[in-house]
Ligand binder design. Structure first.
Ligand SMILES: *Cc1c(COP(=O)(O)O)cnc(C)c1O
Length: 369
């Protein structure tokens, strides 16, 4: 059996309608911002439960522009977690600030909030909270730490669109939420895309100016901005998919439940997180990780390691001197792998995957049903 991580055909329940709308757009020429982007921004803000969403061209730019809008730059420090995706730390360096890393925890590999308080210095301006793998951080505890030290909170929601903490969506807790619509994410554009969400009118206004070359009006460039807008075609695709997202995330949880039932006691599996986890990835901890991974890939399963090189070991950051003691992030890099999670995986497919994991972990072959 071949089981891929992505299956885009299943993401367009009304494909002819989207194609028709894209066709209309192509001949009309309304490509940059305009009605489709505004419609998506409104729908997305309402979905997340915030005043404003601003469409951008990637999740990476969402992080960069969030930090810029908060006035973070050279001389400032921003705390984040050592096992995040490269873009989180890159955004901090892009604005000229310094990433300060903390480890993740051993059980769910999310930012260790106890370490955040000890990482705060007189230069610390913000925390980037990363809701990794689709699971929300404890935003009650994180908000308390941030308030105690007077820090801004930026949420990296790239892997967690639709996830909630205590019933409230990620991206609505911090000063600003940053989302990616990269094709690999739970809400996928047909190319790059991103957005920020916020209740703060000053931040949304600043980011609207920044994304449009720093223009306050035509030929009136008031700040050094950049060109980072969500494309109208992408907004159309995203508006088409957004109403499906809750159902898709529920489908991901159902797959995760089947994995957990079959693999408890076989591998380190994520705890059940009720209806709030959106399982962007299903990460398991196993011994002999590389051999197990090779067996799964050999069996046609699109299993991957996220991420094999943690931030403190990446060559791009070598000159920053980020080296430190992050044993759990290292353990994630060397001892875990991710199984495909798609809402449309059938029971036969998840059974096949879990049988192959059991066979690979126990060294048994022929466990197929
Ligand atoms: C994907 C991702 C990003 C970057 O998003 P892009 O749209 O690819 O720029 C940032 N942070 C995390 C945690 C991600 O997974």
């Amino acid at each position: 059996m071949k089981i891929s991580k992505y299956h885009y055909a299943a993401q367009f329940p009304r494909l002819p309608q989207v194609v028709q709308m894209i066709g209309d757009l192509l001949v009309r020429g309304d490509y940059v911002l305009g009605q489709h982007v505004e419609e998506f921004e409104h729908a997305f803000a309402e979905y997340v439960g915030v005043e404003q969403a601003v469409g951008l061209n990637s999740g990476t730019d969402a992080l960069v522009l969030a930090l810029r809008a908060l006035g973070i730059g050279p001389g400032d420090e921003v705390i984040t977690v050592a096992n995040t995706f490269h873009a989180t730390a890159l955004a901090i360096t892009t604005v000229g600030a310094r990433p300060v890393l903390v480890d993740c925890t051993a059980d769910d590999y999310l930012m260790d909030l106890d370490q955040v308080a000890t990482a705060v210095t007189s230069r610390t301006r913000a925390i980037i909270a990363v809701h990794l793998f689709g699971k929300a951080l404890d935003m009650t505890a994180l908000t308390a730490v941030a308030e105690r030290h007077g820090l801004a909170v930026v949420e990296d929601c790239a892997q967690a669109v639709g996830a909630r903490w205590q019933g409230r969506q990620v991206g609505s807790w911090g000063d600003i939420g940053c989302f990616s619509f990269h094709p690999s994410k739970n809400l996928a554009a047909a190319g790059d895309g991103g957005a920020v969400t916020t209740d703060r009118a000053d931040l949304s206004a600043a980011i609207r100016t920044l994304r449009g070359l720093g223009q306050a009006g035509q030929n009136d460039h008031v700040v050094l901005g950049c060109n980072s807008k969500l494309d109208a075609i992408q907004a159309l695709v995203l508006s088409h998919k957004l109403p499906e997202l809750e159902g898709w995330n529920a489908g991901r949880r159902a797959v995760a439940d089947r994995y957990r039932q079959a693999l408890t006691g076989v591998a380190q599996v994520p705890a059940s997180a009720g209806p709030e986890h959106v399982f962007h990835l299903y990460q398991i901890g196993v011994d002999r990780r590389d051999e197990v991974l090779a067996d799964l890939v050999g069996a046609g399963i699109d299993a991957v390691v996220r991420y094999p090189v943690p931030i403190h070991r990446q060559p791009a950051f070598a000159e920053l001197g980020l080296a430190g003691d992050f044993p759990h992030a290292d353990r994630q890099a060397t001892g875990t792998l991710c199984l495909p999670v798609r809402p449309d995986l059938t029971i036969a497919e998840t059974d096949y995957i879990t049988d192959q994991v059991i066979a690979a972990v126990t060294g048994r072959t022929g466990a197929s049903r």
